[in-house]
Design a protein around this ligand. Structure first.
Ligand code: SAH
Ligand code: SF4
Length: 338
């Protein structure tokens, strides 16, 4: 079987079988723009061809185990893969655009102390098709236009970088999804050697889970910092800036009560942002069963953001989405919490 997302293989298949190439474009249009996953749902393709395609072209369709809708409009979907592993994907609507939050792994190896995904361990990397299929499934379920993609679901995308880069190529290909690279964000906990290798090719937006302005605090909440400390991380950020002067880095910063939320931390963070021409995204901690942190009071969060702004740093506070359905950042897991 040929994967529908393998552009050159599908085009070759059409050529080999003397089928006009516009048929490939028709298929991509149905799958990528309309979320159709069966050839019988493609009325501009004749029945005979539909049947041939059904036997030869594979459209990865994980089964939908559960759909939850939050009072704020966020949708969370639990998808089951062929090997029965499950992943979660979230759609966050806003007035101007809809953003899909995509998973790159089943679980995560990084083990950040504040994250539910990390807490539940690691199973395996997702294939390119499984990454892309989340978009198609969400499109099919919600029937909405999805303009933005963030790799902020389950998993560390840099530990599955080959498949993630391939998925980004599929998402940005004009013949397939045609999504602008500026509307795609890859979020990472900072796997420095992988970032080093791809920093010149990664022309999507980069978000870095910083969460602390110095090694002392970061080590305590993100064990990965012992391997790749902030000096190494900032070096590679500088390289990213050199290659992509038109894309600004975002530092994600979760506010953990009495851990990283002091005025001094805000001032340190402002210095880092200034040096790297980055913005900060202030995230309120989303809790989960077993978490050993509490969220900073909202007054502290606002004060922290104000200090950053007074220092000339763009520092929006990310609003909480889908809290009532455990769909917010760091709350996703494969376990059935429905
Ligand atoms: N592994 C990648 C991407 C997935 S996590 C990364 O770590 O960047 C997406 C974002 O959610 C990250 O910024 C992560 O630090 C944040 N996050 C994790 N647990 C959280 C929690 N409990 N509350 C709020 N944000 C959390
Ligand atoms: Fe993995 Fe990201 Fe969660 Fe850390 S925050 S455990 S890197 S998913």
């Amino acid at each position: 079987m040929i994967s529908v997302f393998d552009k050159s293989a599908l085009q070759q298949y059409m050529l080999d079988n003397k089928i006009p190439l516009f048929r490939a474009k028709q298929i991509w249009n149905w799958v990528c723009k309309y979320g159709k996953t069966s050839f019988s749902e493609m009325p501009n393709i004749g029945l005979k061809l539909q049947d041939i395609f059904q036997k030869n072209i594979e459209i990865c369709t994980p089964s939908v185990v559960n759909i939850l809708k939050s009072i704020d409009g966020t949708t969370k979907v639990l998808l089951q893969l062929e090997d029965k592993n499950t992943i979660e994907t979230v759609l966050i609507p806003s007035k101007t655009h809809n953003t899909i939050c995509i998973s790159s792994q089943v679980g995560c190896t990084v083990g950040c102390k504040f994250c539910n995904t990390g807490f539940n361990g690691f199973v395996r990397n997702l294939t390119t098709n499984e990454i892309v299929a989340q978009y198609v499934a969400m499109k099919k379920i919600t029937n909405s236009a999805i303009s933005n993609i963030v790799f902020m679901g389950m998993g560390e995308p840099l530990f599955n970088i080959d498949n993630v880069l391939q998925a980004i190529n599929i998402f940005t290909d004009e013949d397939l999804f045609g999504i602008s690279r500026r509307k795609i964000t890859l979020s990472t906990s900072g796997i420095v050697p992988v970032l080093e290798k791809i920093v010149d090719k990664l022309n999507v937006k980069l978000a870095i889970s910083l969460h602390a302005p110095n090694d002392q605090i970061r080590e305590k909440i993100m064990p990965i910092n012992k391997l790749y400390n902030l000096e190494k991380l900032f070096d590679v950020c500088q390289k990213y800036n050199k290659y992509h002067s038109f894309l600004r880095i975002t530092f994600e910063y979760i506010m953990l009560n009495n851990v990283n939320d002091t005025d001094e931390c805000a001032i340190e963070l402002a210095k880092i942002c200034k040096k790297l021409n980055a913005k900060a995204n202030i995230i309120r901690f989303n809790t989960w069963q077993g978490a050993c942190f509490t969220e900073s009071p909202i007054s502290r969060v606002k004060h922290f953001a104000t200090i950053l702004k007074q220092n000339g740093i763009d520092a929006p506070i990310r609003s909480k989405h889908g809290i009532d359905i455990m769909a917010a950042c760091g709350q996703l897991s494969s376990s059935n919490n429905y």
